[in-house]
Write a protein that binds this ligand. Sequence first.
Ligand code: ADP
Ligand code: MG
Length: 255
Amino acid sequence: MTIVIALANQKGGVGKTTTAVNLGAGLAAAGKKVLIIDADAQGNATSGVGISKPDIEKDVYDVLINEVPMKETILQTQREGLDIVPATIQLSGAEIELTPQMARETRLREALNQVKSEYDFVLIDCPPSLGLITINAFTASDSILIPVQSEYYALEGLSQLLNTVELVKKHFNKDLKIEGVLLTMYDSRTNLGVQVKNEVQKYFEDEVYETVIPRNIRLSEAPSYGLPIIDYDAKSKGAQTYMQLVEEVLARHAK
Ligand code: ADP
Ligand code: MG
């Protein structure tokens, strides 16, 4: 059975892409077949796994708008077991182009259905908005993993995110679940970090992962080398904690 997880939070810069890349690479290192779908026009997940513009012939835009089969867009990465559907800046027009289209909320799900049996995990890296692309991602997913940055106002906006989840459940995907809530960029030296952690746990209870991703400079350096953290600096705190997350995600699904 394939598990499809959307990484979502309409706030930018909270660690969605970092988590998509490093959870994806970690699951692949654990022997799973993994597909990342880059659903953000910034294409940061695409470059983060070492794919550059000249490597890309067709991308997720072509899947959503031109009905190109997803299989034709999939690229292998250097990390064995990790594939990606890339995104380019082309995708920035898709939100508007999708609006008048037929089956506009279910296009990603239908395209993914053609290839998903080849994978154990599919991770969809969402854009920082709750528009049609994110709705396509939620409609295509079994669950949503919400990265939350450890800062003031961490919970701000999450009620809109949960409203969107409810809407998608009602209209397109009744079994959609919350996969988990991940605290990112955590700084244990400050009171703020501890306060935010308590607040998030109060709100989401046992949906919050025990693993907390610390602020780690190696995690912010790795994308410029096009490498997941385990291939850039396996000994770093960032690599260790993302591998801990992999164990936790696998354990939740072993039940
Ligand atoms: P999003 O996809 O939610 O916009 P990103 O994953 O791109 O967020 O992260 C935003 C920025 O913060 C990026 O430059 C990324 O490299 C950096 N970053 C993410 N997580 C960490 C971390 N744990 N420690 C240090 N830098 C991080
Ligand atoms: Mg991102």
